[in-house]
Design a protein around this ligand. Structure first.
Ligand SMILES: C[S@@+](CC[C@H](N)C(=O)[O-])C[C@H]1O[C@@H](n2cnc3c(N)ncnc32)[C@H](O)[C@@H]1O
Length: 525
């Protein structure tokens, strides 16, 4: 079913911002620019400090729904305090039941702490004026180290402080393998690779039942194996309400040159899942014109998806892609096919690599060998080695000759397609074994090749516009993991073989691929 996308001016939001006092956040926006200039970019990257512009902070604060008399807000990685200030301003202007408001702000960068304290001071002033009791507390601690022992659920139950709201723009930073943070998280069973996911996970655990979370994060947690544990925990603990996507990579934090795809997440601490999730998008932080749609929950997180991928269909075209992809219901393992990452990691196998094929070597295939849907080997240029020494030592890095379908693992940002597939045809490269380099994924049948037409059909399907667009709905980055490919659905074996008959010496052009897919897979259901 196709859902109508509505291009609307968010009346409520603009009304809110018109009537809302925004003095504190406006001042903090100046502070943000000053801090961003005084901190070297390298230092900001090291501590993951990219401060939220005021319009985004207002938008985030406007997502909270409940009207409570007593509010306790958690702001983890608070920076200069713009998010807390935006919530305070929004709640004061709502004129609801609010009587008391408490903010607990964690921030461990000494440079911004004075600004944060002064922001909380100004929040107190604004609340007092509005007849609301305010208590602000700055905790100059490492949020992860401070909170992990307290969130061991059960162990310290009852002692743990609970919040009604959590708002965060957490630090985006890889967690080093040997760090104290890594050890703490591992001990708590929180397997995450980036600090932002640890912050959101901990914050979610600190909410009371019904408590609300709003966070701006990279979109990377929506798919892929690295965020699986986090995603599953989040989807289990929380009920997704809203996901807002910034369509342009560089717009949300444009002053900071952040080239991440960002999303804003609003979720409620509750196990019961909602019927619908609101999905919206905007170019950048101009929220006056945004596209909003309500999507059934099971279209966002597919039922029975053990990896909990989050699909973001932003418009009718995206919804149409989801709808058309539902025709393909065959899991890869039912086809007797698996997909693996190329085993030759070139810098580890350097001593075995040769620029040109010679006696005693086997072909080595890189993405640069892709040529109109097939592997063309050897490559004429000597940019990459063409061969690997074939010996007992290297045999485990290779596979026996056969038809394999290869896909690139990384595509350049400006590349037209994310998923690019090519066929390794043993008739074109005569050798008993072949090595696939680690920048490739390869489809195989139990470590051996596929039947020629199955390989050709699979490759045509992978090269279709439909599949590429579907892939973009759940992947915010340019990497194509074997796990992503393994969990996609495929045409039936019979359909794939029929598709394969349309591929001769080279892959048809894009238009012909798309027409063939429609014809073959629509006519025989
Ligand atoms: C992406 S910035 C966002 C700041 C602020 N929330 C905002 O929206 O402008 C993340 C903040 O987290 C702080 N931070 C980084 N690691 C932290 C940690 N382990 N504990 C507490 N704060 C941390 C950084 O200093 C930085 O100010």
């Amino acid at each position: 079913m196709i859902y109508e996308a509505v291009l609307i001016v968010i009346k409520r939001l603009s009304r809110l911002t018109r009537t809302m006092a925004t003095e504190i956040t406006s001042q903090l926006d100046h502070v943000r620019r000053r801090v961003s200039k005084s901190h070297q970019r390298r230092e900001r990257s090291r501590i993951g400090q990219f401060l939220t512009p005021a319009p985004i902070a207002h938008f985030m604060a406007g997502l909270f729904q409940r009207d409570l008399a007593e509010v306790r807000i958690l702001d983890a990685g608070a920076g200069v305090g713009v998010l807390s200030a935006a919530v305070v301003e929004a709640f004061i202007s709502r004129k609801g039941r609010l009587r008391s408001l408490e903010v607990v702000a964690y921030e461990n960068d000494g440079l911004v702490l004075p600004y944060l304290e002064s922001a909380l001071g100004r929040c107190k002033g604004a609340c007092t004026k509005a007849g609301i009791t305010f208590h602000g507390e700055t905790r100059a601690n490492d949020f992860v180290a401070a909170r992990i022992p307290l969130t061991e659920e059960g162990l310290f139950a009852g002692e743990t402080e609970r919040f009604t709201h959590a708002i965060l723009n957490p630090p985006y930073k890889k967690i080093e393998g040997q760090s104290q943070t890594r050890r703490l998280l591992d001990a708590a069973g929180m397997e995450v690779s980036n600090l932002y996911a640890a912050f959101v996970w901990l914050a979610a655990r600190m909410l009371e039942p019904g408590g609300e979370l709003v966070a701006i994060t990279p979109r990377s947690f929506c798919n892929g194996p690295y965020f699986r544990r986090f995603r599953l925990a989040l989807l289990d603990m929380m009920a997704l309400q809203r996901l807002h996507v910034f369509e342009s990579r560089d717009k949300a934090f444009s002053d900071d040159n952040v080239l991440q795809e960002n999303v804003i997440l609003h979720a409620v601490r509750a196990r019961r899942k909602p019927k619908h999730v609101t999905i919206s998008s905007s170019e950048g932080s101009d929220f006056r014109r945004i596209s909003v749609r309500r999507v059934p929950y099971e279209h966002v997180v597919l039922p029975h998806d053990r990896d909990g991928f989050i699909h973001l269909a932003l418009n009718d075209q995206d919804e149409d892609v989801m709808h058309r992809m539902r025709r393909f219901g065959t899991p890869l393992d039912e086809l007797g096919i698996d997909v693996s990452t190329g085993r030759v990691v070139d810098f580890r196998a350097r001593e075995h690599l040769r620029l040109r094929p010679q006696a005693g070597t086997a072909p080595l295939v890189y993405p640069c060998h892709f040529d109109r849907g097939f592997v063309r080997w050897p490559a004429e240029s000597d940019r990459k080695p063409n061969a690997i020494v074939s010996s007992e030592e290297t045999r485990s890095l290779m596979v026996p000759a056969g038809h394999y379908v290869l896909t690139k693992r990384f595509s350049a940002k400006e590349e037209r397609r994310r998923v690019v597939a090519a066929i390794y045809d043993p008739q074109r490269v005569r050798a008993p074994f072949v090595g696939f380099e680690n920048h490739l994924n390869y489809f195989h049948a139990g470590g051996k090749g596929l039947s020629p037409n199955l390989a050709k059909g699979l490759s045509l399907y992978l090269n279709s516009t439909l599949l590429d667009r579907y892939f973009r709905l759940f992947s915010g980055h340019t990497q194509v993991n074997a796990t992503d490919l393994r969990k996609m659905r495929y045409p039936t074996r019979a359909q794939m073989v029929r598709l394969g008959r349309h591929v001769n010496n080279c892959m048809p052009d894009q238009k012909a691929i798309d027409i063939t897919l429609e014809k073959v897979c629509c006519t025989d259901g």
